[in-house]
Design a binder for this molecule. Structure first.
Ligand SMILES: [Zn+2]
Length: 284
């Protein structure tokens, strides 16, 4: 049996979010204390911006091609300038990793924010159509209901992606809505971890004795390993977001699973060790 192969499919990796705005609990001396790992891959001192990668994880396991989180996408109308009408060679990068769009069997979105659902669809003849026509798309039911109800013009809940990146998948009959613990197959399972959004979930992978946890935005940056109580400005429920972050970190520290977030800077993944009542990263 072949072991799982995981490839990072990068969309963008550059300074983007203002660090002070993004982490309201941020302390002024944080860069000084964490300089050894933070610079230059995770923070840009010149601009004061975080350097958050935006990428998918492409998992090949059990004969299937699986995409975890689908970035911002091309041509999407977005209020954030660095998400707006992108033109990146994302699909070329996926092809280099071994899959044309028709080869993708399964797409899983850890939650339905705009930078996790974008490549679900692409613009063809003026319409948003599924990018991966032969895939099943797994969404959490709570996020579908939450974002369906959001008016993107009246809310900061970032519901702008629902119409162009989620609804077309539902209309095409390609979506499977899940809730609670959900086992995909002998390798993959989804675990609910609400807080960042109501339907946020993390994905566990087990193959040949190795384990990985795909945590989406339960952690945006490695500083949250040291400070699991730090929510990002995008977290919807403050108490639950903290609880879910700790759950993911405890899961990784307790099992030795590799933490595979969607936005960490290089080297993009790490192991997690418990230290007192908090945690430290062990870079891969
Ligand atoms: Zn995100």
């Amino acid at each position: 049996m072949v072991a799982a192969k995981i490839t990072r499919i990068e969309e963008t990796y550059e300074p983007n979010f203002d660090a002070k705005w993004f982490f309201p609990d941020r302390q002024p001396d944080v860069v000084e204390r964490h300089r050894d790992w933070m610079l230059p891959n995770h923070y840009d001192p010149a601009s004061g911006k975080l350097k958050l990668s935006i990428h998918s994880w492409f998992v090949q396991v059990g004969g299937r091609n699986i995409l975890i989180d689908t970035c911002v996408g091309n041509d999407k109308e977005r209020p954030l300038p660095f998400f707006h009408r992108l033109k990146t060679p994302y699909l070329d990068r996926l092809a280099q990793a071994g899959a044309e769009p028709e080869d993708v069997n399964l797409v899983m979105c850890t939650h339905l924010h705009s930078d996790h659902v974008g490549w679900n669809t692409r613009l063809t003849n003026g319409r948003w159509v599924p990018t991966f026509p032969n895939a099943r798309y797994l969404f959490h039911r709570a996020d579908v209901e939450y974002f369906k109800a959001v008016d993107p013009h009246k809310s900061s809940a970032r519901g702008e992606a629902y119409k162009d990146s989620v609804a077309p998948i539902l209309e095409a009959g390609l979506a499977d809505l899940v809730s609670g613990l959900h086992t995909v197959d002998e390798h993959l399972a989804l675990e609910p971890a609400p807080g960042h959004t109501p339907g946020t979930m993390f994905i566990t992978l087990a193959s040949h004795g190795a384990r990985a946890v795909f945590c989406g935005d339960i952690l945006h940056q490695a500083i949250q390993i040291f400070h699991p109580e730090w929510n990002s400005v995008a977290c919807a429920d403050q108490v639950k977001a903290r609880r879910s972050r700790r759950l993911v970190l405890e899961t990784c520290a307790g099992s030795g699973a590799l933490l595979m977030p969607t936005h960490f800077g290089a080297p993009f993944v790490c192991h997690v060790d418990a230290k007192g009542d908090t945690f430290v990263p062990r870079w891969a």
